[in-house]
Ligand binder design. Sequence first.
Ligand SMILES: [Zn+2]
Length: 240
Amino acid sequence: MIKYFRGLSLVLKNYSDGFGHLLFTNVCLHCNNELVQTEKYLCFGCWEQLEATYYEKEKQANRIERMFWGRVPLHHASSVYFYAKGSVSQSLIRALKYDFKAPLGIFLGELMAQKLAEHPLRHCDYLLPVPIHPRKKFARGYNQSELLARGLSKSWGTPILNQLAKKKRYTNSQTKLDRLGRWDNVQDIFRSSEILTNGVHVLIVDDVITTGATLEALAKAIRAVNPEIQISLLSFAFTK
Ligand SMILES: [Zn+2]
């Protein structure tokens, strides 16, 4: 037995002297610089570079709210950071979606909650993460929007209501489709259950808002069976 442990510790030592460094070193998700102990996910310089929208402080309709005018009635819509190619927020979203970084999602959700601590959205009744198809959830291991919602829920104490809507159709990545193509691709992809009492306020949580086509389809599906409720949107990032 002792011999076995000696052997094992030798293997671990060799491992940590070699590839272990690459595997266990904490690096910034944007610039790849090694992080110091007090830095989390990004180096301080990269956190500084995240471009805030400050929509939570605006009194007039923000760009996201205006984008949804005439498409689907929303109570509020907001996003915390801008999203652009090569930006720090893109690195965070990429890590959240593809690098199995579940704790990062909860952390970013808590950050969103902190930013909107004084905002009326903080008093919504339920959180609904944008549903993903079970096949995609199985492949990825989690729904990234649900992680953000879990961070918000942890901070605000607001319950998550996953049963409200499901994704019924598997959609391919929409990155190469234009706005019209996207709309064809997302129409009728969600189904919602009639489980809410009138006047309830639901906050849909998403990682990035681009054209808003998916969110529009989701909000319409919910409204179709729960016409008397209030729906709002909140995302971590918004394409400039
Ligand atoms: Zn950095």
